[in-house]
Design a protein around this ligand. Structure first.
Ligand SMILES: [Zn+2]
Ligand SMILES: [Zn+2]
Length: 304
């Protein structure tokens, strides 16, 4: 099952007790990082996670609080003796910024593969470097520069039922193949199908990450039924609504309304303004809008 850690919860500037918004999602010993602002590599270490496990980095947009940690992180990954290629995905509008930042890295001991995604149209691809059953899809957001949100969808194999395999006298060395969906022909000539030894299909695990953006109905659609919806909530102070919207951000209350509309299983808020020193003061008000809201703090973790 994927393990999720919100490395930081800050927007704009890192604070001494709050790193910038970034997500670390690990599955089977391999990790995806979403966004990489200043200090992200320190946050990875501080939360007891392994930089060397990062196989894929997803960038939402070109603003400093989401990308300026990249050179340091890539150099540190090089120090972990990595030689395998690493993938970085980003909207096309962020490519120039990312390539400029990478210039200061000099020659890395591994290849960085840059993948450019459309700014304004949704797309989807398989995270082959992590697991072929993990799909990554995108949504265009509405911010002061082009920005995209990401969804991680991990399909799950049906449960393997060893009693059925034993009943059919299937040798143990065939079990893994059958569980992965393949059929096998036994030495006695019998053909066994995966469905003969597995239970019913299980729904996929879905995690969405949408920051920075105005509140959009399309975010609710994108996050529909998500096991974990992670969304920006720049301010809880309603008086900031107009100025925030002008800069392409939303309030914590907006994010809660979107989660309610999406019928998400839980919402983690993130990307707080440095002026919001204690976002928990809004807990009661936010919980009244969406009961399963978590006013996340750095290092918020869950296994899904
Ligand atoms: Zn930001
Ligand atoms: Zn931004």
């Amino acid at each position: 099952m994927p393990e999720i850690c919100l490395l930081g919860t800050g927007g704009m500037l890192p604070l001494k007790n709050r790193y910038l918004t970034s997500l670390y999602a690990e599955y089977n010993g391999k990790a995806i990082l979403i966004d990489c602002g200043e200090g992200t590599q320190v946050a990875v270490a501080e939360h007891g996670l392994k930089m060397s496990r990062i196989e894929t980095i997803l960038i939402t947009h070109s603003h400093a609080d989401h990308v300026t940690g990249l050179p340091g992180l890539l150099l540190s990954i090089g120090n972990c003796s990595r030689t395998e290629p690493l993938d970085i995905y980003m909207p096309e509008s962020a490519e120039k910024t990312v390539r400029s930042l990478m210039a200061v890295c000099g020659k890395l001991p591994y290849e960085v593969k840059i993948h450019v995604l459309p700014d304004r149209s949704p797309t989807a691809f398989t995270a082959d470097r992590i697991d072929p059953m993990l799909m990554i899809s995108t949504i265009p957001l509405s911010h002061s520069v082009e920005c995209i949100g990401y969804k991680l969808t991990l399909s799950r194999k049906p449960v393997f039922e060893p009693e059925k395999a034993k009943e059919l006298n299937i040798p143990v060395n065939y079990w893994k193949k059958l569980h992965s969906g393949e059929s096998v022909t036994l030495d006695d000539g019998r053909k066994i199908f995966s469905s003969d030894v597995t239970g019913k299909q299980r729904p996929p695990v879905v995690v969405t990450y949408t920051t920075d953006s105005l509140s959009l109905d399309s975010i609710a659609d994108f996050s529909s039924g998500a096991d974990l919806m992670i969304c920006e909530g720049m301010y809880g102070d309603m008086e900031k609504k107009q100025s925030m919207n002008e800069k392409g951000h939303m309030l914590m209350q907006d994010a809660c309304r979107l989660a309610e509309k999406a019928q998400a299983k839980r919402l983690w808020l993130t990307h707080y303004s440095p002026a919001e020193t204690d976002p928990c003061i809004y807990n009661e008000e936010l919980s009244a809008i969406f009961g399963n809201v978590v006013i996340s703090h750095d290092g918020e973790k869950i296994t899904l």
